[in-house]
Design a protein around this ligand. Structure first.
Ligand code: B4P
Length: 190
């Protein structure tokens, strides 16, 4: 199965993708994780991305697409994948269609996690305290949410227009949300 997981920062994409990959037997590809690995390794790409991420802005489409294509061309992606954090704008959604056509792996479904904005702040404040991620401070979170509303929210309509979108309530325990996603995908839970 090949799915895209959509949702605002803090909506639980990374959290659910980590669980879904076990349930679906596919790989989890997070563009945020791929970028943070480049930053940690101090590569040229990582140096370019670091300040952009810490400002709560989107890294350039070209950089992210190249990184994603390299990952999806690895052998373990042939059995399916969950994309977490990509696409983040309508141009990326179009680029993803073209990439998936190039590698012969069309998307099955997009899943949107809906969570109220006040809860997003609470969750990201919790992660800031637990993990110290620089982009989880309140000012940057506000910026990320504004980028989400302006650039990423239209991606929901992009998939809805072609009848490929499932919307899931992302409020509840991690297990409850996981069960809703699996039900939306029509996956029977053992
Ligand atoms: P990401 O790494 O994608 O960060 P995110 O949107 O915060 O989502 P994440 O998956 O980490 O959080 P989750 O909701 O699971 O992006 C970071 C930055 O990278 C971006 O700002 C951008 O600069 C750059 N970037 C990434 N992709 C890009 C792209 N395609 N193009 C350009 N730039 C890109 O979890 C958040 C918190 O909520 C956690 O603490 C978790 O424990 C908690 N939580 C989850 N589920 C919960 C639940 N049900 N109840 C309570 N808490 C819950």
């Amino acid at each position: 199965m090949r799915i895209v997981l959509l949702g605002a920062p803090g909506s639980g994409k990374g959290t659910q993708a980590a669980r879904l990959k076990e349930a679906l037997g596919v790989i989890h590809v997070s563009t945020g994780d791929l970028l943070r690995a480049q930053v940690a390794a101090g590569t040229e790409l990582g140096r370019a991305a670091k300040a952009v991420m810490e400002a709560g802005q989107l890294v350039s489409d070209e950089i992210v697409l190249g990184m994603l294509e390299a990952r999806l061309r690895e052998a373990d992606a042939a059995g399916g994948f969950i994309l977490d954090g990509y696409p983040r704008n309508v141009a990326q959604a179009g680029a993803l269609d073209a990439l998936l056509a190039r590698i012969g792996q069309p998307l099955d479904q997009a899943v949107q996690l809906d969570v109220d904005e006040s809860l997003l702040f609470d969750r990201l404040a919790g992660r800031a305290a637990a993990e110290g991620r620089k982009d989880d401070n309140p000012e940057t979170v506000r910026q990320r949410l504004s980028v989400y509303a302006a650039q990423t929210a239209p991606v929901i309509d992009f998939y809805a227009a072609r009848g490929a979108l499932k919307r899931v309530d992302g409020v509840g325990t991690v297990d409850e949300v996981l069960a809703r996603i699996l039900a939306a995908l029509g996956v029977a839970v053992a």
